[in-house]
Design a protein around this ligand. Structure first.
Ligand code: ACO
Length: 427
């Protein structure tokens, strides 16, 4: 196998080295292309541009493989909890018992959010989109934790990381509680990391908190499944903002804004909105199956198909089981969830969907679980952000430790050539 490619341009030949990853992915190293040839490359959306070498997540969309630090998503979802997975993603290895206990204890020590932050939250109207609120609050945290900005040593980074892992769930819970008109609460350090998040989100002022193992396990799995997905839009945003040496919290705030977009994190919200629209139209799933198959109708079945996973979404397989368990356990009677089950069954048996390998993706089932838990549709992307937090942190830390240069893509200019200024009265 050749270790270089040769480019012929204007009668000259130039060699560029091939970089090979541990999974045998090959890439052309074009760092010297411009200085050697004067050429740049163009690749809108960077769809075939490797922006970095990363040792965090491997995915193969054709084969339905997703691995964090070499461990398969199936094994992690079955055997690990979210905090272990966060440690694995960020620091590269699964923690032993002592490491995990210290990590959790360090997080608990940081679990308060300055009371002044409540005033900032208060300033938002109740109608504000939770993703905008979360992004703003994450950015506002910088003012209360200024040492999170100039992080240069591994020790500084560690402190910034445990701080945000502690405070971010409080912000998420506050965002939800504000939407629901519930008092802003703090957690309980005697609970596990995810159980505590569940408590902070749902505890009602007049009742003792009741934990539910099936629900906590499903939440744990959902967060694990969303924890990283290599160089997607929000992760690339976090890395590129961080590459200017902006601090961790500022980079995360930008990542949250990127995730907010309907083309990225908004898919599970779109699933629920579709189900609600079907219900409002009489709940006829067959009618909407026909619309989805009609080439003259722009309607698509939300939550089916995936840009990357072309055979199946490995995360969807795992979360389908959890969704069934949660629905059975909670015994909820909800016409929206009945429509979801109906569509799923019909699509899995319909040759149009089977032939095109259009299976329900992770967003389809995550939307169902969130709905069953009583999380408002607008909060779904916030739950995605909560899960993605360790991945963003891991990618930011890797970028800083590798001392990556500031992100600065080029362009091909297609505007006007030089022209002379025309006075306003002559235009
Ligand atoms: N409903 C009906 N038909 C569909 C759907 C769907 N959800 N998805 C794809 N198809 C059809 C297409 O019309 C096309 O049919 P054709 O071959 O007869 O022309 C065929 O399946 C292949 O579809 P593509 O558009 O080529 O698939 P692509 O990879 O471009 O799109 C996408 C993937 C955007 C996810 C698409 O499946 C979709 O729109 N799904 C619904 C929205 C959704 O759930 N998005 C979130 C997914 S998560 C993510 O992508 C980050």
């Amino acid at each position: 196998m050749s270790d270089k490619v040769t480019l012929e341009f204007n009668g000259n030949k130039y060699d560029f080295p091939i970089v090979e990853g541990t999974e045998k992915e090959q890439a052309i190293d074009i760092k010297t292309l411009r200085s050697a040839t004067g050429l740049t490359t163009i690749d809108p959306g960077y769809k075939n541009t490797g922006s970095c070498e990363s040792a965090i997540t491997f995915l193969d969309g054709e084969k339905g493989i997703l691995r964090y630090r070499g461990y398969s998503i199936e094994e992690l979802a079955e055997k690990a909890d979210f905090l272990e997975v966060a440690y694995l993603l960020i620091f590269g290895e699964l923690p032993n018992t002592d490491q995990l206990a210290k990590f959790h204890a360090d997080i608990k020590k940081e679990s308060h959010v300055d009371e002044e932050m409540k005033k900032i939250l208060d300033g938002f109207p109740k109608s504000a989109h939770p993703m905008g609120v979360l992004s703003s609050l994450t950015s506002a945290l910088i003012a209360f934790n200024p040492s999170s900005v100039n992080v240069t040593s591994e020790n500084d980074m560690y402190h910034a990381i445990v701080r945000i892992l502690a405070k971010f769930p409080v912000l998420v819970a506050w965002t939800l509680r504000k939407k629901k008109g519930l008092p802003l609460d703090y957690g309980d350090d005697s609970l596990g990391y995810v159980e505590n998040i569940h408590k902070m989100m749902f505890k009602r002022p007049s009742e003792d908190y009741k934990s539910n193992k099936i629900v906590i396990d499903a939440l744990d799995k959902l967060l694990i499944l969303h924890a990283d997905h290599e160089q997607n839009c929000s992760t690339s945003t976090v890395r590129i903002v961080g590459s200017s040496h902006a601090g961790l919290f500022a980079s995360l705030s930008a990542g949250i804004s990127a995730l907010w977009g309907p083309l990225h994190g908004g898919a599970n919200q779109a699933v629920l909105e579709m189900l609600e629209a079907i219900e409002a139209d009489g709940g006829d799933t067959k009618k909407y199956m026909a619309k989805a198959k009609d080439k003259n109708d722009p309607f698509r079945l939300m939550g089916f198909g995936h840009r990357v996973y072309k055979n199946f979404d490995p995360r969807a397989k795992i979360i389908k089981v959890a969704a069934d368990e949660v629905l059975n356990d909670l015994g909820i009677d909800d016409p929206i969830l009945d429509i979801a089950k109906g569509l799923e069954k019909e699509a899995l048996e319909d040759p149009y969907f089977v032939d095109r390998k259009l299976y329900p993706n992770v967003d389809f089932y995550s939307g169902i679980i969130y709905r069953a838990l009583g999380i408002p549709t607008e909060m779904f992307t916030v739950m995605f952000a909560l899960g993605r937090l360790p991945g963003w942190i891991a990618q930011w830390r890797e970028m800083r430790l590798n001392n990556e240069p500031i992100g600065r893509p080029r362009q091909v200019y297609v505007g006007e050539n030089h022209r002379s200024f025309v006075e306003v009265n002559k235009r």
